[in-house]
Design a protein around this ligand. Structure first.
Ligand code: GTP
Ligand code: MG
Length: 251
């Protein structure tokens, strides 16, 4: 069985060169060493080796998008390192990525997760990356109404620049911030229903639903590539079954 080791470095030739952060409040950018050589899906009969030394069967690109300050970088750091490093907010510059290999129903799925800058001045940089994304996590901040109101504009952008069959999920982040909350969960649910996208609330601070958001996307992507005739997977159904509410648990 052939096993290839992707070259180290920045994004592969099919994607523009990344512009790494030097520092962030969530320190996510540190390193970002893994390769972006594989633009498409890797065939499962040829396992590959990630930079962290883990073999994987499938690889996908996931992009985090949304207004500046909604918590994209913190969400990625929480997922990758299980940490929330509170401190002064240092906005992401350009774009960066980190890899994580998940085991999904016995299949090793590598997610290459791109953390984009929410600031308007970096918009043209992020546009260039949409086309290669297999999945997009679109975030707003439940404590910031403007970030919620801007979701429609983000969706317009997604439809303009991303692949038609991209896997989309809407996340209402900072669900821990009860006192500052200005967007009700029901409002997020309605918006998601109106646009036909799966939805859940998350918290990079508490970790609420963070693992689930990425796992659900990985499951959907894996299902699309490897689906058995007997297998059925529905992303929103899975999310509804698995997600935890704020301060309570759904069964
Ligand atoms: N309470 C709370 N604060 C959060 C959460 N996630 C992020 N924050 C805070 O929100 C601020 C912005 O977080 P970032 O993750 O840097 O935001 P971003 O979306 O990456 O912003 P840009 O890089 O400018 O696009 C930081 O001060 C974080 O500490 C969360 O789940 N709960
Ligand atoms: Mg950021």
């Amino acid at each position: 069985m052939s096993r290839k080791k992707p070259a180290k470095g920045k994004a592969g030739s099919s994607t523009p060169t990344a512009s790494p952060n030097s520092k962030e409040s969530c320190r996510s950018a540190k390193g970002a060493a893994a390769s972006g050589q594989t633009n498409g899906v890797i065939h499962p009969s040829r396992p590959s080796l990630s930079n962290s030394g883990e073999f994987y069967d499938l690889a996908f690109k996931v992009m985090l998008v949304g207004d500046s300050g909604v918590g994209k970088t913190c969400l990625l750091v929480r997922f990758k390192d299980g940490a929330f490093l509170a401190g002064s907010f240092i906005s992401t510059v350009g774009i960066d990525f980190r890899n994580k290999v998940l085991s999904i129903d016995g299949v090793k799925v590598k997610l290459q997760i791109w953390d984009t800058a929410g600031q308007e001045r970096f918009r043209s940089v992020t546009h260039a990356y949409y086309r290669d994304a297999h999945a997009l996590l679109l975030l707003y901040d439940v404590a910031n109404k403007a970030s919620f109101d801007n979701i429609q504009a983000w969706l317009t952008e997604v439809h303009e620049f991303a692949q038609k069959d991209v896997v989309l999920m809407l996340l209402g982040n900072k669900a821990d911030a009860a006192h500052e909350r200005v967007v009700k969960r029901e409002e997020g649910e309605k918006l998601a229903r109106d646009f036909g996208v799966p939805f859940m609330e998350t918290s990079a601070k508490s970790g609420l639903n963070v693992e689930l958001a990425f796992t659900a996307v990985a499951k959907e992507l894996k299902y699309r590539v490897l689906k058995e005739p007997s297998e059925k997977f529905q992303l929103q159904e899975y999310v509804n079954k698995e997600m935890k509410g704020v301060g309570c648990c759904r069964t």
